[in-house]
Ligand binder design. Structure first.
Ligand code: SF4
Length: 432
């Protein structure tokens, strides 16, 4: 039988799809390209916005139309949050939430045998344990995203994730190290440590935190592989963390979740930091890593956001000089506090502010790129475009294009930046 996957959402979902792919391969299923008619369709869903919910629903009907007899497996956050509605949907054969992805092949076999719907969605309890999915290969052949943690207990008022991902569960250091060693043996040159909330890594284990994990990774002394951290909150940034990163081959890139540059909005969001505290951490990073790329996410049009509060966000973004900002209009999620907050912002205002902010963020980002003209950057090449340029990323996550007749795929090089195009460093000369 063959199987195809459709993945929505974050890097954790992508990792979990890779791990499920491996489980199907181990049981002799042929894995075919996403979107092709297959015997089994696995949709690994997301529910972070209403747009992701809609996409999942469209995919369920689309895959059923492609093959009436196909087995449809719905996994992930949308399945977890809308479990009761989906049970009676009729189009879905197997529903698993954010747990039990490690048993997906068992459930498919059970369905083949019994023809009954398999429904495996549980509520979370306090003693939930980390579900140890593993990967040795990924579809992307240069960079591997690995999962070190699941769950979140921050309850930001706009976010549905703590309800669908449950409490914090961290992966044992030994398991993380084993996976890194395998990926290194399989030729990966970059490994990204991801999770739902990696700031909380280790809270549920003894004597374990992100600093210790980085230290243990450094002791592996693996040659030719660099490491990157996934999304962080400012409070986890400390002198100890940065010093440990510098000792090893950790990239000078920080995705520091901001969400708003206004203290009153941050308070309504329950974000537990202020812009002043955030800025202190940015300065700390730059003291040790002056060229660090700092990327972030911002939500526009949170309930009650005034024009002044929006303006504060704009000013803060200029002050920090982010290398890239992902701007999202606020999407109310039923079951969260922000859903019921007064003074919801109209779609028109959200759209207008989003466009304004994207314009500003593009300019701030371009300024950051300009700083690297005539300088040398450390790049890992990922793919080649149709014009013969190899596309890669520098350690600080700036995009680079290098023209070359040689095969640079999965090569790591120091290259000189000869010009800057829109949000791209153009490098022509390879300095080995
Ligand atoms: S920290 Fe906040 S935004 Fe991030 S997953 Fe947890 S609740 Fe959601």
């Amino acid at each position: 039988m063959n199987v195809s996957f459709y993945t929505l959402g974050c890097k954790v979902n992508q990792f979990e799809t890779e791990a499920m792919t491996q489980l199907f391969r181990d049981e002799a299923f042929e894995v075919i390209e996403p979107g092709k008619a297959s015997d089994v369709f696995v949709i690994n869903s997301c529910t972070v916005t209403s747009a992701s919910d809609k996409k999942t629903r469209n995919m369920i009907s689309r895959f059923k139309r492609m093959n009436q007899d196909a087995i449809i497996v719905l996994a992930g956050c949308y399945a977890q949050s809308k479990q009761e509605d989906l049970k009676n949907e009729g189009n879905i054969d197997i529903i698993i939430g954010t747990k039990y992805k490690d048993k997906v092949v068992e459930f498919v076999n059970e369905h083949i045998e019994t023809k009954n719907m398999v429904f495996k969605v549980d509520e979370f309890n306090r003693d939930e344990i980390y579900e140890n999915l593993t990967i040795t290969h990924t579809e992307e052949r240069t960079r591997a995203n690995i999962k070190i943690q699941d769950g979140c207990r921050q309850f930001c008022t706009y976010c549905i994730i703590p309800y669908v991902r449950g409490p914090v569960r961290s992966r044992e250091i030994k398991d993380v190290l084993d996976e890194i060693i395998h990926l290194h043996q399989n030729g990966y040159k970059e490994i990204v440590l991801n999770g739902i909330h990696i700031t909380s890594y280790g809270f549920d284990l003894t004597d374990t935190n992100l600093v210790r994990l980085i230290r243990e990774i450094n002791t592996l002394n693996l040659e030719g592989v660099r490491f990157r951290l996934g999304s962080l909150e400012p409070r986890v940034i400390s002198e100890a963390l940065i010093q440990e990163m510098i000792k090893g081959d950790f990239c000078d890139h920080f995705h520091l979740s901001l969400q708003s540059g206004s203290n009153s909005v941050l308070d309504r969001m329950n974000r537990r930091y202020t812009t002043e505290g955030y800025y202190d951490k940015v300065e700390l990073i730059r003291r040790y890593m002056p060229d660090a790329g700092i990327t972030t996410d911002v939500i526009v049009g949170f309930p009650g956001e005034t024009e002044e509060e929006f303006e504060e966000t704009c000013q803060f973004i200029e002050k920090v000089r982010f290398s890239k900002v992902h701007v999202f209009p606020f999407s109310p999620r039923e079951g969260t506090k922000a859903f019921d907050m007064p003074d919801q912002i109209t779609g028109k205002i959200k759209k207008e502010r989003t466009n304004r902010l994207i314009g500003l963020c593009n300019r701030v980002s371009q300024d950051f790129y300009e700083r690297f003209l005539d300088r040398t950057v450390d790049v890992l090449y990922e793919q080649r475009d149709e014009k013969g340029y190899y596309i890669g990323h520098a350690t600080n996550y700036l995009t680079t294009h290098t023209y070359s007749d040689d095969d640079l795929h999965n090569a790591r090089k120091h290259v000189r930046v000869s010009s800057i195009d829109s949000h791209t460093l153009i490098t022509e000369e390879v300095t080995l």
